[in-house]
Design a protein around this ligand. Structure first.
Ligand code: PHE
Length: 350
């Protein structure tokens, strides 16, 4: 065998056995097999040899190349395994059987009241429906008997997207889709529409202790033959006494919403001050909790339901307000504060 090849092979063996990490190994690979590597140089130099010499020398260089490649591969494997073993050894030992010492999160008070209301309404035969937060002007206003430029839009200024859609200013934005979807079944089989649809709403307004630009509502609708205001009052009272686990003083005042006729404001006596007046209830002793009313004939018609034959009620329960009342939260802004200290005080009492 050519002496140069023998000495190179010995050198490769020695150097490779001394290598201790993958970076060093890669430099060696480049030094021997790279474009300017010594073995590559031997291969390139073969063009100057005679045909006879090239045959034997070529075979030997190729053998050396294969030997080196194989040795490098073996070393990559060996060093890789060593690196993994070292990483594992450096990891702290975890005893997965010890109880966790980290603090667990808790449900947000609004989630708690939302779930509680969902359970109450489900037991009364209402379906719970999810609806997007981004809606069209038609869904949020026009389908609800609020044409363009109607002054009622002023109460519900919201955030508009470049594509003309908007962040829903009330959960009523789902009414039209729900009437359309379940109205067919009502007319064909006589099965009443009974649905609640909780969701996050947005309004472009200044914040104070009882107003936020982001809040939660839970809308409910019921449509059937002969539905009246007494049905509405029954469901509202049942829900409130379940949520608060006691009889709650309520009052019904006339209220204007273009999508209901007649429309009401259902107020509850402020549970924070006991009805005496405080910043949370604007010193009135009452808190507007649930605007409601009988669905306007135009809204039923727009949803494909004949108002001559069917009637229904709708309500827009303020979930955020309800959570404040239930848990005695004085300032609505605390609910979006993200303070774990504040939020972890609430528990599910079901
Ligand atoms: N969507 C109304 C609001 O947010 C509330 C409402 C709902 C009123 C259903 C009547 C019936 O102001």
């Amino acid at each position: 065998m050519n002496e140069q090849i023998i000495s190179l092979q010995t050198e490769v063996s020695e150097k490779l056995s001394a290598v201790t990490d993958l970076t060093e190994l890669d430099s060696l690979r480049v030094a021997y097999l790279g474009k300017k590597g010594s073995i590559t140089a031997l291969l390139k130099g073969m063009k100057d040899l005679s045909a006879e010499e090239r045959k034997t020398f070529g075979a030997e260089v190729n053998q050396l190349k294969e030997f080196t490649t194989q040795k490098i591969e073996e070393k990559v494997k060996e060093l890789g395994e060593k690196e993994i073993a070292a990483e594992i050894a450096a990891m702290p030992l975890i005893d997965i059987t010890t109880p966790s010492s980290c603090e667990c999160g808790s449900y947000h008070p609004i989630t708690l009241v939302q779930r509680q209301c969902e359970t109450i309404f489900k037991t009364m035969g209402f379906a719970v429906i999810d609806y997007p937060e981004i809606v069209t002007d038609y869904e949020c206003f026009e389908a609800l008997n609020i044409p363009k430029h109607h002054p009622a839009r002023d109460m519900q200024d919201t955030y508009y997207l470049d594509n003309g859609q908007l962040l829903k200013s009330h959960t009523s934005a789902a009414q039209n889709a729900i009437l359309k979807k379940y109205g067919k079944e009502l007319m064909e089989t006589g099965k009443p529409i009974k649905a609640i649809f909780p969701g996050r709403c947005f309004r472009n307004e200044a914040t104070d202790a009882c107003h936020e630009n982001t809040f939660f509502q839970m809308e409910g609708v019921m449509v059937d033959k002969d539905i009246s205001i007494s049905n509405l009052i029954y469901f509202m009272k049942t829900m409130l006494s379940e949520v608060f686990r006691k009889d709650i003083k309520v009052r019904l005042r006339p209220g204007f919403f273009p999508f209901v006729e007649p429309g009401f404001e259902l107020d509850i006596s402020c549970l924070i001050c006991g009805g005496e007046g405080c910043p949370s209830c604007k010193q009135s002793g009452w808190l507007e909790l649930c605007p409601c009313g009988m669905i306007h004939p135009n809204v039923l018609r727009e949803g494909g339901i004949d108002p001559e034959e069917y009637t229904g009620f709708a309500f827009g329960l303020g979930l955020t307000r309800l959570a404040m009342m239930k848990y005695g939260v004085k300032d609505i802004r605390n609910l979006n504060s993200g303070s774990l200290k504040a939020l972890s005080q609430f528990t599910d009492d079901e």
